[in-house]
Design a protein around this ligand. Structure first.
Ligand code: IDP
Ligand code: MG
Length: 166
């Protein structure tokens, strides 16, 4: 995890321990033209985009990404679906971003996901729930390492940071 030193020129130094999470707009989200909407919501919230790419996912990568679900009945159809059309893979950064992004995404089943969440606003089916977000800090680190090389991640601090964090 990267640590930014804010206001480093000032006497009262504050440190932000910035989490990162892995977010993927799944094939249905890309096909339905919701990439911009997903990015807009995370941007508007105040999180920072540090990695972004369009990926035609291989079976190997999909199986590795969903390895935790390999015994579930939906595993093979899920892997097939993730490989069926491009996804948009992203890394987002900010204090508490892992849990907060999950809240913005909403419950796994879009039919029961709260209105105002991405899945609650745009989905009707658990197998077409638009978006993936890491479920814990440890999972996020593993998924970021699986999808991105270090060189593909930017280390930058938005100039608006003092307007987002006290
Ligand atoms: P999550 O994406 O909210 O973390 P998980 O339980 O980790 O949900 O499941 C991973 C993905 O597998 C879900 O986002 C969904 O696309 C798919 N999935 C989960 N449960 C079902 C199911 O019962 N039927 C079909 N697909 C499912
Ligand atoms: Mg999950």
């Amino acid at each position: 995890m990267r640590v930014f030193h804010r206001h480093s020129q000032q006497a009262s130094k504050k440190e932000l321990a910035l989490e990162q999470t892995f977010i993927m707009v799944k094939p249905d989200g890309v096909q339905r033209g919701l990439v911009g909407e997903v990015i807009s919501r995370l941007e508007a919230k105040g999180f920072t985009l540090v990695g972004l790419k369009l990926v035609q996912v291989s079976k190997e990568l999909a199986e590795e990404h969903y390895d935790v679900h390999k015994e579930r009945p939906f595993f093979s159809s899920l892997v097939q679906f993730i490989c069926s059309s491009p996804v948009v893979a992203m890394v987002w950064q900010g204090e508490g971003v892992v849990a907060s992004a999950r809240t913005l995404i909403g419950a796994t089943n879009p039919l029961t996901a709260s209105p105002g969440t991405i899945r609650g606003d745009y989905g009707v089916s658990i197998g077409r729930n638009l978006i993936h977000g890491s479920d814990a800090i440890e999972t996020a680190q593993k998924e970021i390492g699986l999808w991105f090389s270090d060189k593909e991640l930017a280390s930058w601090e938005p100039t608006m940071t003092p307007w987002l964090y006290e």
